[in-house]
Design a protein around this ligand. Structure first.
Ligand code: G3I
Length: 367
């Protein structure tokens, strides 16, 4: 009896030792069988998962959908820790008549963000699109002279930045000012004001609110290429001139057929801006495809979302990963690219795609 108890105890101890030693002996990096139980935390929101990282996960918000679609509005609150106005902070919508502002929809978004503990990425103070006709027609007819245009720009930046002072985390001060050939974009801003308008816009925004982080923002600059090289040179010049540029935004509008990256390529590019002292963000991520979607295209989309997110997470100072809308129900893509769409993380009925699960998995398990 006694002997048999001893034998049993010894056998159990041997089994215990064997099981304790096995992982270390089999895998010097300490992997254990527990790994087999890991699963994508499907019940956790992106904002919850992102708290492990010093990164905000954001979405662009369509204010018309926000007002009319409860499911859309509620999901923004639970899923995201940052928001960007898809349209309502643009000049055309904020100042439809000269000196007459329509703050309502933007204020509504900012207030909702405050209530939901979200940060606001301001988009955008200066762009060549979505300007009010009083401005574009006035410039085209010569009614607004270059000197007057400069004064109008200064006033607009002052009014808008002052209005949202203390409520906005970042401003896209200038949007898409370099073209696809890596030259300063030939816009009415450049034609009338000369290249110095970029530095002026940053200085005026900084005067109005010295605490807000001021960004350059553009598409096709996620990896190192001629266009992002041009931004790198522009930032170096602006900093040498004492211009308060503090952030670089890579939009991340991709197409499954081209322009996709690896995480390393994204981080390599973002890091060179960080080395100049800038913070970086992915500001407008979506990945479109020719409709209808199929498994191959959805897999390519998943890879693209994953590479952009992981690139941000492993980069030195990437603070935000924002998607340009989160459901295919409301997307700018079909209206701009005939026959294309399905660019977002959720389907039109708010079902998660592979890409959404990938984003969850990366947030849960990367570094
Ligand atoms: O508000 C009017 C509405 O009254 C009218 O009935 C309707 C008819 O077309 O148009 C509505 O305005 C549209 C506006 O979005 C609001 O929905 C404009 O036509 C349409 O051109 C505009 O598109 C926006 C686009 O910028 C303008 O270039 C998209 O929603 C918006 O997603 C897109 O966002 C840009 C970023 O700001 C910068 N980076 C690229 C990105 C995608 O193009």
């Amino acid at each position: 009896m006694r002997i048999s108890r001893l034998v049993t105890a010894a056998a159990l101890a041997a089994v215990a030792l064997w099981s304790l030693n096995l992982p270390a002996a089999a895998d010097p990096d300490g992997a254990t069988a527990e790994g087999a139980d890991r699963a994508v935390p499907v019940d956790q929101s992106l904002r919850t998962l992102a708290t492990r990282h010093n990164v905000r996960v954001g979405t662009a918000v369509d204010m018309s959908a926000f007002t009319n679609d409860t499911q859309y509005r509620e999901r923004i609150a639970t899923e995201f820790s940052a928001v960007t106005a898809e349209n309502v902070m643009k000049w055309q919508l904020l100042e439809p008549e000269r000196g007459v502002f329509n703050w309502g929809p933007a204020d509504q978004l900012v207030e909702s963000a405050r209530q939901n503990h979200q940060l606001v990425h301001g988009h955008t103070l200066l762009w060549h699109n979505q300007n009010p006709t009083w401005l574009t027609d006035g410039v085209a007819s010569g009614e607004i002279t270059p000197d007057e245009l400069r004064a109008i720009l200064r006033q607009h930046i002052f009014d808008v930045v002052t209005h949202f002072k203390g409520k906005v985390w970042h401003w896209d001060v200038v949007n898409e000012v370099i073209d696809d050939s890596a030259n300063l974009r030939n816009t009415f801003w450049l034609a009338n004001l000369g290249p110095g308008y970029i530095a002026d816009a940053f200085r005026w925004a900084h005067e109005a609110d010295p605490t807000v982080t001021l960004y350059l923002n553009d598409y096709n600059v996620e990896g190192i290429n001629a266009k992002s090289d041009a931004y790198y040179a522009l930032v170096q010049q602006l900093l040498a001139d004492g211009v308060p540029v503090r952030g670089f935004g890579a939009q991340g509008h991709l197409d499954v057929r081209f322009g996709n990256y690896t995480a390393f390529q994204v981080a390599e590019n973002l890091n060179r801006f960080a080395d100049l002292g800038l913070e970086t963000s992915l500001t407008e991520v979506d990945v479109r495809m020719n409709l209808p979607p199929d498994a191959t295209k959805l897999n390519a989309q998943t890879q693209a979302y994953g590479a952009l997110l992981l690139g941000c997470l492993v980069a030195k100072h990437c603070v935000m990963f924002t998607v340009w809308g989160y459901t295919d129900k409301y997307s700018w893509v079909p209206g701009f690219f005939t026959g294309q769409g399905a660019a977002n993380l959720l389907t039109e009925t708010f079902e998660p795609k592979f890409a959404y699960r990938e984003v969850q998995a990366i947030l849960a398990y990367s570094r």
